[in-house]
Ligand binder design. Sequence first.
Ligand code: SAM
Length: 220
Amino acid sequence: MQTDTYKHKGMRRALVNQLREKGIRDERVLAAIEAVPRHFFFEKAFVEQAYQDKAFPIGEGQTISQPYTVAFQTELLELKPTDKVLEIGTGSGYQCSILLQITPNVYTIEYNRALYEKALMFFRKYGLKPHTFHGDGSQGLPKHAPYDKIIVTAGAPGIPKTLVQQLNVGGILVIPVGNESSQKMMRITRVEHDEFTKEEFSNFKFVPLLGKSGWESDNL
Ligand code: SAM
């Protein structure tokens, strides 16, 4: 179990100030970033890197997203404490831990078994209680739908129809869409049962979303 010292808290405060300067405004999101010890997701040798605004390898060819990206996506979700949220791409569990600071009702699905098991151990160790699943999240998680918010943390080739169908009316999907080298952040809102609005934001670079509605792969 790692400890959270004044030094770590100070580094987190500095990171939050950087995120404010970069345009993050949602106080709930900033408070969540300040509350979650990001260094818990890193090996001890890399603790210094934990509070830089950078993505970092977590094994299996995957990454823990850059804090700015986590903050930007979470802000676009307009999260409320009563929201039921689905995260696609658990990875290290960091984004999930941020979501849990704002709402207790978080479902998260990971495609890579080794990362899924590692995240599961992490959540147990720190007493966090998201609903965890292993499988292809490019199809969402229909068994537990509908959701108020869905966040995809890997780059998709398009907006999977099955995901928007799992939103409540008024619900929001945040998903990076593009090719394998760059993706535009998209926000889809289900304004009525059959009516959706689509907004485009800046470019990001994510690891690819795999699976049926992602970039096909059979390494489940
Ligand atoms: N949210 C993660 C975090 O906070 O560390 C970011 C993880 S990384 C940028 C993207 C993750 O999506 C990887 O762990 C990858 O294995 C996972 N992934 C890719 N395709 C997936 C799919 N179809 N279903 C679920 N997870 C998927």
